[in-house]
Design a protein around this ligand. Structure first.
Ligand code: ATP
Length: 303
């Protein structure tokens, strides 16, 4: 890591889905969704160091990535790089920049880890170089990098349609304690959606009521939220990855008000009203050794 003061430092928050339904399949192969996303207080730290001397580069407008997690790519495929490149090219920025990523969000877990890093870089570059882009303008650029990027710029709680990019903010949610567990296995998003299509044809899909969940949040009837959590992809992922159901069970036994898998999994969380119960559930879950301790987080909503 760098010993110098960063030009700018930002927190890039993870998201969970409180509701996720698939409403159709588009001609481009993507699926139309109805989803409610919520930022949680688990974050990567993004540090931007501007100036050529820091990157050691002679070329103007270079962007370098460093990350403390060896599995994250540090080349041009990193979403944080793509975000920086997008604004550097559009605004013809000739400074060079080092983007340092302190990775705390488990990757490929349905928590939007890459998207949120990209969102933070868009924000950071906009602020540091005084580009004057509004949140809406940043979101218009962010969607080119990934469907979750606009939400990561907006933050808080939001309802989304389309591929997740048509957003409606849902105001400030009540705070729940979130016990989040990320089983150490990888679920391919592509596999999940393909399997969903097959199950739909076979008549094996029951849709969650995302509208009911949205209405409860809009009416500030937050007590109902744990009861109305629903993710259509649980039907797909759980039969193949039973760890998700086992973790959900343990959380319910420990007094969670509701549990849900996030995205296509394998992340799974429980919402708790009582902090003490949640802390006891955390200890219990660690003791069960279903999920490595470093992949279990006691966190909350970030509004
Ligand atoms: P989403 O919830 O948006 O579908 P995810 O949380 O499931 O995303 P990510 O953590 O974003 O998944 O990782 C998906 C892939 O993106 C990884 O395999 C990784 O190689 C790549 N990637 C590119 N940039 C990043 C980044 N900054 N952080 C994490 N992964 C990144």
């Amino acid at each position: 890591m760098n010993n110098r003061e960063p030009s700018i430092e930002l927190k890039a928050y993870a998201k969970i889905n409180l509701g996720l339904d698939i409403t159709g399949r588009r001609e481009d192969g993507y699926h139309d969704l109805k989803t409610i996303m919520q930022q949680v207080d688990l974050y990567d730290v993004i540090r931007l160091y501007a100036e050529a001397e820091i990157t050691g580069s002679q070329e103007p407008g270079q962007i370098l990535i460093s990350c403390d997690h060896s599995m994250i790519p540090t080349d041009e495929s990193n979403l944080a790089y793509k975000a920086g490149r997008l604004l550097f090219d559009e605004f013809q920025i000739t400074d060079s920049m080092l983007i340092e990523i302190e990775k705390n969000i488990p990757m490929a877990a349905g928590l939007a880890g890459g998207s949120t890093d990209a969102a933070a870089v868009l924000r950071g570059v906009n602020d540091y170089f005084g580009l004057g882009l509004s949140d809406d303008e940043l979101m218009q650029r962010g969607v080119k990098l990934g469907a979750d990027v606009p939400f990561c710029i907006m933050g808080g709680t939001a309802y989304a349609e389309g591929v997740g990019d048509q957003l409606v903010p849902l105001g400030v949610m009540d705070d729940f304690v979130v016990l989040l567990a990320v089983p150490d296995t990888r679920v391919s998003t592509k596999w999940a959606y393909t399997t969903y299509d097959k199950m739909l044809l076979a008549g094996e899909i029951v849709h969650p009521n995302t509208d009911q969940l949205r209405a409860a949040i809009e009416m500030e009837d937050f007590g109902c939220v744990p009861d109305f959590l629903g993710n259509v992809l649980e039907l797909v992922t759980i039969p193949e990855y039973q760890i998700v159901a086992r973790v959900k069970n343990e959380m319910m036994k420990c007094g969670a008000a509701g549990t849900l898998m996030s995205g296509s999994g394998p992340s799974v969380y429980g919402l708790f009203i009582d902090e003490e119960k949640a802390a006891t559930a955390f200890d219990w879950l660690v003791s069960q050794e279903l999920v490595p301790e470093e992949r279990i987080f006691l966190t909350g909503f970030h509004n």
